[in-house]
Design a binder for this molecule. Structure first.
Ligand code: SF4
Length: 358
């Protein structure tokens, strides 16, 4: 329980005047979480003087999280390349000429070995991605369900990102014990068709609804550095914060401009813009895990420290993301030690379903 809530509870229940019933106290506490941020309000926060912004985010962060834990999530590409979508930032699209090929779905044992190694290195969540436009029922989806069961049985939280999902597919993932589903909004609804033409923003929202209805946590965020305006960035955060409840995990990615993609010549993201995004996400969504994601390896240690100060409390951990480089594990552990931050243990209260190699 965050410290301010303890204090509030104490004051209301044990103070000289027992002012409120337990029900109304909970109401007071939940009022602190808002889902009705406007674009103008969000933009004003995003553009506020940096020191004020970081200070405000830091205060909210301390109230809701304590100061000391960072979620370490490892990421593995189960099936790389050959995707029929045309996301301008992605080297895995068949529409772009990158040197990412079109791989097969990985074997169960290889996935489990990688997950075990990630666990030994201290990761609590294991994220698995497949470069699919959408999930098709059949042998490959059944294999992924089995991987979810297998990784869950290692005592790790599981997350997958598989593209669009039907209601029934989300239900089957939930039955396999999936902790979270990643499905990023990428950018604002207004800028969306500048980045992707093979699906629209509403398709994204529909999959998010299916995931929620199945009782799976949402991991949903976006990317900066694709030529969008501050208003687009604010709109994306506003829509994320409009989800009720807020997403459990909010990855903030900085574009990694890969040669051969339409965005190959985009200039690098200013690290302070990433700090602004982390801080604004923290202010709008006080209880979510704000994850520093793609592009972190391009940040100096000092820029990463600023992001942590601004409310980031989750990172991708491991030497590779889906297809691009990441920061070395040892370097990450050293930085966390220096900052007095400890890795978050996995939250795996759900009963683990039985598993077998497929
Ligand atoms: S981001 Fe995902 S959906 Fe888009 S091209 Fe890459 S793999 Fe396909």
């Amino acid at each position: 329980m965050p410290p301010y809530r303890d204090a509030l509870r104490h004051l209301l229940f044990h103070g000289h005047h027992n002012l409120l019933s337990p029900e109304s106290t909970l109401q007071v506490m939940s009022d602190a979480i808002r889902h009705d941020w406007s674009t103008e309000e969000t933009l004003a926060i995003l553009q506020s003087p940096l020191l004020d912004l970081v200070q405000r985010a830091r205060t909210i962060h301390s109230d809701h999280h304590g100061n000391d834990s960072v979620q370490l999530a490892s990421l593995l590409s189960l099936k790389t390349g050959g995707c029929s979508e045309d996301c301008n930032y992605c080297p895995q699209s068949v529409h772009h000429s990158t040197n990412v090929g079109n791989g097969d779905l990985m074997a169960y044992d290889q996935v489990l070995d990688t997950a075990r190694k990630a666990r030994e290195l201290g990761a609590s969540r294991f994220c698995m991605g497949a470069a699919w436009r959408q999930v098709h029922d059949g042998e490959e989806f059944d294999r992924v369900l089995n991987m979810v069961r297998g990784v869950g049985a290692l005592g790790m939280e599981t997350c997958v990102t598989l593209g669009m999902l039907s209601q029934d597919q989300a239900r089957r993932l939930a039955e396999a014990g999936l902790t979270a589903y990643n499905h990023n909004l990428d950018t604002s609804p207004e800028y969306y068709n500048k980045i992707i033409s093979t699906r629209d923003f509403e398709d994204r929202m529909e999959t998010l609804r299916h995931v929620r209805e199945a009782g799976i946590s949402l991991c949903v965020g976006g990317i900066i550095g694709m030529g969008e305006s501050d208003r687009d960035r604010a709109r994306m955060l506003e829509i994320l914060a409009g989800l009720d409840p807020h997403p459990e995990s909010v990855p903030i990615n900085a574009l990694v401009a890969v040669v051969g993609t339409p965005l190959e010549n985009r200039p690098p993201v200013d690290p302070l813009d990433l700090v602004r995004m982390c801080a604004t996400a923290r202010i709008l969504m006080p209880e979510s895990r704000v994850r520093l994601s793609a592009g972190r390896h391009q940040l100096s240690r000092e820029a990463q420290v600023l992001c942590f100060l601004a409310g980031a409390n989750s990172i991708f951990y491991g030497e590779k993301l889906l297809t691009t480089a990441n920061t070395e594990c040892e370097e990450d552990r050293r930085l966390l030690r220096e900052l007095g931050l400890s890795p978050l243990p996995p939250d795996v209260d759900k009963p683990t379903p039985a598993t077998s190699a497929a």
